[in-house]
Design a binder for this molecule. Sequence first.
Ligand code: G1P
Length: 291
Amino acid sequence: MSRQKPIRKAVFPVAGLGTRFLPATKAIPKEMLPVIDRPLIQYAVDEAREAGIEQLIFVTGRGKTAIVEHFDMAFELETTMKERDKALKVLEPTRIQPGNLVAVRQQVPLGLGHAVWCARAIVGDEPFAIFLPDELMIGEPGCMKQMVEAYEQVGGNIISVLEVPEDEVSSYGVIAPGKREGALTEVKGLVEKPKRAEAPSNLIISGRYILQPEVMRVLESQEKGAGGEIQLTDAMAQMIGQQPFHAVTFAGRRFDCGSKTGFIEATLALALERPDLADDVRAIARRLLAE
Ligand code: G1P
């Protein structure tokens, strides 16, 4: 048994406007765009449930209700499918126990830190996870499960990190690394979207967090940072030295589905691994590349 309080809740900040994928995301949340046949949000929710998380907290905004609908029971659909003898198994990942899905609204887009803070009443006084669904993490076990395993050893706060080429660091939160032991690195400092020359490393925060509830109090009075937004990274930086803070280097693959090329890469990579699609997709890719 671990000495740490278990991670039972996860916050999914999904209020963003998704302007990079317009016009596709005019009436559909970007988190509902499918990689093959699962919407992006589903991959994050599956990863959360694999890690033992029970309660999902969506921080949504206007026009984002499709995400909540997706995880609701679709009575008419299920009845019709049953009548037609169609298997309901495909809907299994979308089933969330009543009470285990909560949606709160972020009324103004003030940044990721503010979005997380909007969930404070539901998170309450326990450690919790955060998932940024744009970051598609594929691994066995999944990224959050790897982080929970690390958390059971060291407690405190844990973020997932990965290395990127130096010219990309200014798009992300970057860590100043301390001692390293296996996949675990001590976090000595954190900066959000630094200039390339000022970045303390090329290890970036890759959209998965396990945080102690005290971060909510820090966020309460957090001033605006990079891009004029209330940054989660700045609030986390203030917790270093107060509580243990570690980074886990994820053993697996990450696709940046916030970008079009990342999205295409994810679709292709995952299709090439699907037994029902791989042969056809490989043949198509070969033909297209030969043209
Ligand atoms: C957010 C975080 C950043 C993190 C990134 C991962 O940035 O603020 O620290 O590295 O997600 O995708 P955003 O992509 O919202 O600008």
